[in-house]
Ligand binder design. Structure first.
Ligand code: PLP
Length: 440
């Protein structure tokens, strides 16, 4: 299929998180995808180093998923899930619950990671109210965290650029410090040794706010900010402090879920049990938008059995459990199981680690971080012009047939989990060339 667009045809779409003017002056368009590759409208092949946007974990164009969506579109386009139901929404929730850690048996459907974050925060507040602890209204995020674009997610989020344009955030929000400690952890392979004590800041927030904290939300591995891997022991410490103070722990697994870390979820990989877990992206392999929030029986029962009203939770979306999304999720989860994508990641991780850390010595690389099939390659910014170098590297990679993602001057790699070793080689070689091409 060819797509021809005249320059002015690009104007109507106000693109998200994009420098619209610069993009439209020099567009990068993707028109087709298959397996590990995208194809531009002119048919140029681009190796996908980012699984789209951290989401096409099982690779592009999965026939099983496309066929499930088509079958469902023919059978029934839509059915409400407010006071009605359709079988696939229940079947998909059961399939997801069986893929999740055992202690998270209940699933609430959303349409995105942002909605999942806001839903999780609301569930945490409703949980405490249902238990007679309505004074627990405070939500704690973390510096450099990303939990999507809704008001809740933005407020607990900690990426400064995403907050400062809007001025007003949710009240009663506080933040933990981030865990990026380059002085002691630079070029760490896998989980860094130092920084578990950063979780102790939660004790200080408890001292400050008393028993008013409802929940702490963190990404087990911070993705959007430029890949920050949790220091050894950090997440377990956070869990322990939350438990001790009656605070719910929410893992935002929108990026870390669905086999990316060599286990179905980061909670499995790190052996830490959150009370609430949010997900999206890989859930449907990104073929249809969908998000979800999984909760423990304790959280579910407190609200569902503890509520005095017939409707236990006054929350939901028209498209919660959309039939096409449910069809896609069931098919995607089946692929993760049948192809043991988590096992594939475990096998590839040492190769991935060795190869991405070959970039440690490239001029201008100030840190390389990795875990599972994720890597962050941090570049020194151009003098007084942060972000320019990252953008230049992205453009060179694209011109040379590789899709990477950049946050300021950190390049992120997170390929589909079906990646072959030879493709890892190509990714690293292309990125190396793109970094070294920087004029000194
Ligand atoms: N949470 C995390 C950790 C994410 O990485 C993202 C998106 O990148 C979101 C939430 C928001 O998801 P969405 O863009 O589907 O709303």
């Amino acid at each position: 299929m060819t797509v021809s667009l005249r320059p002015n045809d690009l104007s109507a779409f106000w693109m998200p998180y994009t420098a619209n003017r610069s993009f439209k002056a020099n567009p990068r368009l993707l028109a087709r995808a298959d397996g590990m590759h995208y194809y531009t409208p002119e048919g140029r092949e681009i190796l996908d180093g980012t699984a789209g946007l951290w989401c096409v974990n099982a690779g592009h164009g999965r026939r099983e998923i496309a066929e499930a969506i088509k079958r469902q579109a023919d059978a029934m386009d839509f059915a409400p899930t407010f006071q009605m139901g359709h079988p696939l929404a229940f079947e998909a929730a059961a399939a997801l619950a069986a893929f999740l850690p055992d202690h998270l048996p209940y699933v609430f459907w959303t349409n995105s990671g942002s909605e999942a974050a806001d839903t999780a925060l609301k569930i945490a507040l409703a949980y405490h109210r249902a238990r007679g602890e309505g004074h627990r209204v405070r939500l704690v995020g973390r510096e450099r965290g990303y939990h999507g674009s809704g008001f809740g997610g933005m407020s607990v989020g900690g990426i400064v650029a995403n907050r400062r344009q809007f001025g007003v955030h949710l009240p009663f929000v506080d933040h933990l410090p981030h865990t990026h400690l380059p002085q002691v952890n630079r070029f760490a392979r896998g989980q860094p040794e130092h920084g578990a004590e950063r979780a102790d800041a939660l004790e200080e927030l408890v001292r400050l706010h008393g028993d008013t904290i409802a929940a702490v939300i963190v990404e087990p591995v911070a993705g959007s900010t430029g890949v920050l891997v949790p220091p050894k022991g950090y997440l377990a410490k956070l869990r322990e402090i939350c438990t001790r103070h009656g605070i719910l722990l929410i893992f935002d697994e929108v990026i870390t879920g669905f086999s990316r870390l060599g286990a179905p979820f980061a909670a499995d990989r790190f052996g830490v049990r959150p009370d609430i877990l949010t997900m999206a992206k890989g859930l449907t392999n990104a073929a249809v938008p969908m998000g979800a929030v999984a909760v423990t029986a304790e959280v579910h029962d407190a609200i569902v059995h503890g509520s005095a009203s017939a409707i236990e939770l006054f929350h939901g979306y028209t498209y919660s459990g959309h039939p096409l999304a449910c069809a896609a999720a069931i098919a995607a989860i089946a692929i993760h199981r049948e192809e043991d994508l988590a096992g594939r990641v475990r096998n590839l991780e040492p190769v991935w680690r060795a190869r991405v850390h070959e970039l440690d010595s490239a001029t201008g690389v100030v840190d390389v971080r990795d875990i599972g099939l994720i890597a962050g390659i941090e570049l020194a910014p151009r003098e007084g012009r942060p972000g320019e170098r990252g953008a230049a590297v992205l453009q060179r990679c694209f011109d040379w047939g590789l899709l990477v993602r950049v946050t300021a001057d950190t390049v992120a790699l997170s390929p589909p989990l079906i990646v072959e070793r030879s493709q890892i080689d190509r990714m690293v070689e292309t990125l190396d060339r793109a970094i070294r091409a920087e004029p000194s």
